[in-house]
Design a protein around this ligand. Sequence first.
Ligand SMILES: NC(=O)c1ccc[n+]([C@@H]2O[C@H](COP(=O)([O-])OP(=O)(O)OC[C@H]3O[C@@H](n4cnc5c(N)ncnc54)[C@H](O)[C@@H]3O)[C@@H](O)[C@H]2O)c1
Length: 270
Amino acid sequence: MGWLEDNVMIVTGGGSGLGRALVERFLGEGARVGVLEKSAEKAEKLANDFGEDVLVVEGDVRKYDDNARVVQETVRQFGRLDTFVANAAIWDFSTKMVDIPVDRLDALFDEMFHINVKGYLHGARAAVEELAATGGSIIYTVSNAGFYPGGGGPLYTASKHAVVGLIKELAFELGPKIRVNGVAPGAMPTDLRGPGSLGMGETTITSVPLGDLVKQCTVLQELPEAADYTGHYVLLASKANSRTATGAIINCDGGMGVRGLAETAGGNDL
Ligand SMILES: NC(=O)c1ccc[n+]([C@@H]2O[C@H](COP(=O)([O-])OP(=O)(O)OC[C@H]3O[C@@H](n4cnc5c(N)ncnc54)[C@H](O)[C@@H]3O)[C@@H](O)[C@H]2O)c1
């Protein structure tokens, strides 16, 4: 018996990386899943790979109507909604403030905040009535960049700090019927893209030496796969196991915040 037996989940950006790993894990835990995904190619692959237990809507998290459509179609197909996972985002490849061309700043700000922040707000707004009906929850994908500098440039870091603010505010506003929590993963090799406004729409995070960075910046030192983060979402979504959790964020970045100042983490013979 899975932890999410008979639950119905929605995942935004379920076409690759962490989102796709969540779809697979939720199915394995007994749930059915709706997905909102912008890439037509990834949406088609999801539909082909998973069949009738996954409902795929092609659309853009920046549009309220697309968020509303995935909620309506998921509830029409599966009868209810228990958890909305807002997860789709882009990264700024740690582009520092002084390296952002001044004439690109407006477009970059809008692109980053419209996807990473407004998309999350639209998702919550579109889902609240259905979630209230089931005593459900919202889970936001944050990042180490929601807590520490240097995991992005100013715009990615600010967008993920904004997500932390949304979690706290919405947990306050939507209780007692709806719980609102977050998962803050660290690095993983995925298809995470950059902003089109900086000409990075086709650049993926796998072009960065993530294994070396993780070794330097974390206590656990190993680069995880997306699937390694999915258990945290299962825990927070589970009504039986997370009844008391709202406004909580699971930091699962390999111990970035307890890395300390020593040359190497650990530093003993264990
Ligand atoms: N990869 C990492 O190292 C890392 C680290 C910390 C946090 N995260 C976070 O994990 C989450 C998932 O990212 P990922 O690494 O799996 O990347 P990914 O690109 O593999 O997955 C994101 C998915 O969202 C889709 N998407 C992008 N823009 C969209 C839009 N406007 N509307 C609908 N769908 C859209 C993409 O097509 C893709 O399928 C993000 O919130 C990201 O910030 C990633």
